[in-house]
Design a protein around this ligand. Structure first.
Ligand SMILES: [Zn+2]
Length: 211
């Protein structure tokens, strides 16, 4: 039997919600959650880059490993915990970022949907008003005052500023936004919008935050 356990037990973070991979059982990751693996192991996601290093999407870890093992992608960044998977005859660094061997053309698909995860990523998980760690989303023009739920009117915010601001406008408070919020550009944002979190190792590949 191949040893399917990672060489050391990492502090795995669940990084995504949504549908699980329907790929066939993989000899590297096991048919299902291997004994001893935390549930988040199966929820690990890997950033997939085009040959040009343009981010395309995030894929489940199992799919990423299949792509690498089949020679369709190479590992650009290994997992920050340095985890290694073993099969009977080889070992493979657990990837955080992989790059396709062949270029794929992806059609442009318009405006990125606004999700909490994508908004937090756009604002670097920092409160736009004070720079503290953001825990919530603030509507710059409060919804009670007709403010829309849009990229241009939503910002990452800490609970303290959110409570202080309440249903007042920035001019009423004398507050200012450092940068006008806007929708992030780049089609990968659409694909990342479905994730609840992103590996910090991905950030250099995601481009400059839009706000
Ligand atoms: Zn704040």
């Amino acid at each position: 039997m191949p040893d399917r356990q990672p060489t050391r037990q990492p502090a795995l973070r669940g990084t995504a919600q949504g549908s699980a991979s329907r790929t066939p059982p993989c000899p590297w990751t096991g048919a299902d959650r291997p004994p001893g693996h935390p549930p988040s192991w199966r929820k690990r996601w890997v950033l997939l880059l085009n040959t040009t290093f343009e981010p395309l999407t995030a894929v489940p870890l199992r799919r990423a490993i299949v792509l690498v093992v089949c020679g369709k992608a190479e590992v650009v960044h290994g997992d920050s915990a340095g985890m290694v998977l073993h099969s009977a005859s080889a070992s493979l660094q657990v990837p955080s970022v992989i790059r396709l061997s062949n270029f794929v053309r992806v059609p442009y698909r318009g405006r990125v949907p606004l999700t909490r995860a994508a908004l937090m990523l756009r604002d670097n998980h920092r409160c736009v008003y004070c720079g503290a760690r953001a825990e919530t989303i603030d509507h710059v023009v409060p919804r009670s005052r007709g403010g829309p739920h849009s990229w241009e009117n939503c910002v990452a915010c800490c609970t303290k500023c959110n409570h202080r601001k309440a249903d007042r406008t920035l001019s009423e408070l004398g507050w200012r936004l450092p940068v006008a919020p806007r929708a992030p550009r780049g089609r990968h944002w659409r694909l990342l919008a479905g994730l609840s979190d992103a590996d910090p190792l991905w950030l250099p590949y995601l481009g400059e935050p839009a706000a």
